[in-house]
Design a protein around this ligand. Sequence first.
Ligand code: FAD
Length: 373
Amino acid sequence: GKIVVIGAGILGASTAYHLAKAGADVTLVDRRDRGQATDAAAGIVCPWLSQRRNKAWYQLAKGGASYYPELIRQLEADGETETGYKRVGTLSLHTDPDKLEKMAERARKRREDAPEIGEITILSPEETKRLFPPLSAEYGSVFVSGGARVNGRKMRNALVNAAVKNGSEMLNGNASLNLENGRVAGVSIDGKALQADQVIVTAGAWSNEILKPLGIEFKVTPQKAQIIHLKLPETDTGFWPVVMPPTNQYILAFEDGRVVVGATHEDEAGFDDRITAGGVHEILTKALPIAPGLSEAGLVETRVGFRPFTPGFLPVIGALPDYKNIWVANGLGASGLTSGPYLGAELAKLALGKPTELDLSNYNVAGAIEHKK
Ligand code: FAD
């Protein structure tokens, strides 16, 4: 039967791609909201150095990182080569040699069941600066060769294109659920009805309004992020590693001198999609002391995105309770470019009645739902 996927960020695009590849009849719908998280994302794929202790979160992010190389090969086989994915390695900075030793130790522990971490090397300030020249001379680093970056916008487009090549339909518009006798019978897209046997809601931070007509309060909240794109003239930045300073900021580079710095974490901004003076000030004030060489870079653009967070900062995936033909996945938060493609593959398996790789009871949808009847 027909499966409709609402929302074509990284998660919905991956879901539709994997469904289409499995031969399902899929329609993917997207409203192109300003602030799509995928469109603004930095692009770091390096979950192993995180100090977060939640096992379910780590399992998902780790699975996401290790799935990337295989997915990139699949997309290439479908003729999609523009994803901006590259294993450039990651530099985790610190000025304190003891801290660097501890970081390296943690990474080695994690490598025991994540060989994709690759080589782990402690680098002197000189060696660190050689790999990322704009950096201040005071930072040593731990270099992790398996760290990667990806261009969220290109990755999403590659997945959507490959979904269409495999027979999926892509529509633009505002989707809402159509109810018949208390059951979901399909969706309306800008008022036009489309029958569906199953509906998959991957609408990120906007998902609550879609589920509201069912008497459900879906507890996803947008965390606003602003992120700045710079350009270094005549600099070959394509192989520069991702930089993770001791702050909660990051710096990474793409081809043609583009350097991305960010990001803000704004919990009280709602869906305010403005670029603010305070946001830009905060990002540059934190980034420039770490990488003074970026002072001369041109300011290309500032993007705004809404990270979707569900309770406990833990993603959810599964059937909507009481509705066997509606599936949701959400709450990818700050690591959704890493976990999204993999979770989309899992979501496609769920909708097709196939066994999943992850133990999905750790990501129970009920935890994000309140009934309002
Ligand atoms: P989204 O990408 O937000 O997509 C949801 C889509 O649903 C939107 O296109 C919207 O228009 C559509 N939609 C909503 N309602 C409807 C409707 N009714 N009808 C039709 N369409 C609808 N993750 C990492 O792993 N590494 C990073 O370095 C990283 N950096 C980030 C930096 C920033 C600034 C931000 C904002 C996020 C970052 N993330 C990163 C997190 C990652 O971007 C998100 O977790 C992920 O993109 C979420 O994807 P999603 O598909 O769930 O939602």
